[in-house]
Ligand binder design. Sequence first.
Ligand code: PHE
Length: 455
Amino acid sequence: MSSQSPKTTPEHKKNGSKERFSSSGFILAAIGSSVGLGNLWKFPYITGKHGGAAFFLLFIICLIIVGLPILLAEMAIGRGGRGNASSSLFNLSGKKYWSFFGFLSVLTAFLIMSYYAVVAGWTLHYTVQSFSGILMKPGLDYKSVFTGFASGYMPIFWQAVVMLVSGWVIARGVSGGIEKFNKILIPGFLIILLILLTRSLTLPGAMEGVRFFLKPDFAKLDAESMLIALGHAFFSLSLGMGCMLTYGSYVDKKQSLGTATIAIGLGDLVYAFIAGLVIFPTVFSYGLQPSEGVGLAFMALPAAFTQMPFGALFGGLFFLLLAIAALTSAVSILEVPVAFAMHKWSWSRKKAAVVVSLVCFFVGIPAALSVGGVLGSFQPGGKTIFDWVDYVTAYVLMPVGGLVVTLFTGYAWKKAGDEVGLSGFWYRTWMILLRLIVPVLIVLVFLYSVGLLKV
Ligand code: PHE
């Protein structure tokens, strides 16, 4: 495989974007991408279920061994190649087939965005419904409330709002759009999280929730928890779909990618930790059962907020938190195909943002209508369209994307160490992880997720 960087090819010149993040802007935008629904509705539950603090420790180890090395590699490829998720690989290797592998990430991001916008739309709907008090009425059955909403056409309206907001932010550019958006929303996110944390920890019986979340139980750690922790480390850092690579292409050469990696990893961890301390005391204090995903956010938690004094306010703040987490992640996902379209067809940023958002919106409509809506009964292979897109992207395409980044950096790109400023012991450690350990672990998680490996 080639090691030279054909930096003078016309393609490279065409792709070499002049747009740049400021140093703090980049860290905030990357944290905005990584802190998403995974932190708020998935991490707390899998932690509680798989051994509390013991699982948390395991997650930190997975984050360090698998997450951070790939994160660093993705950002380095972006900054070194100065292209999109596909052309950066070509710019660094001179090999067409790498740009094809990179293109898979673009496709993954496009598909994820098409249904992520649907879920982000739900959070916006619930934010409005909570603040207006409509959702916080005693005696409501939140399961039917959710199915009633999801089976209608309102989700498409909210999906359109999400595409409009994300497209608009991206059309405004890297520093004037993406960076500004995250600079406003991420501190806002932290403030809301701290308000909710104060509320949840002062609820009667809060400690029971904290115990569920954190009580260390090493006996519960097994091979399955290991694979779950690994898979989640991957998802939580937004890896394997070109997000961090594309953001990395807007990073200044002076920025230390090592420091950025640690800051992003820590940010993701801290937000996930606080999310657990908000969610479980709230759920347990009102005698409800914890769960994950849709059941937790749209059914269990509204039932808890309804019983709380000023429930409309706290419930509204909680859904606003979800909406911010989802929107800052959505922007990072949409940027991947937009950057690709800009380079590939020499489109202006505005044109690419408008066209990609529109196409993505239409592609996402079937997913929106399949959660109990008119397409709900169309279930080829026992899965709805929504579940299929989720399954194929999260379990097949994202691991493949991660593998591409890992193998490319480990084997094909000989100058990776120069780009990240690593040498000696740290460079060797990074390479051993990327060449051997990480690929093996990714393949194991992949086989486990698709059901080919039973543990
Ligand atoms: N990292 C986000 C989360 O934790 C999800 C995500 C995945 C965002 C991939 C962007 C890209 O929810």
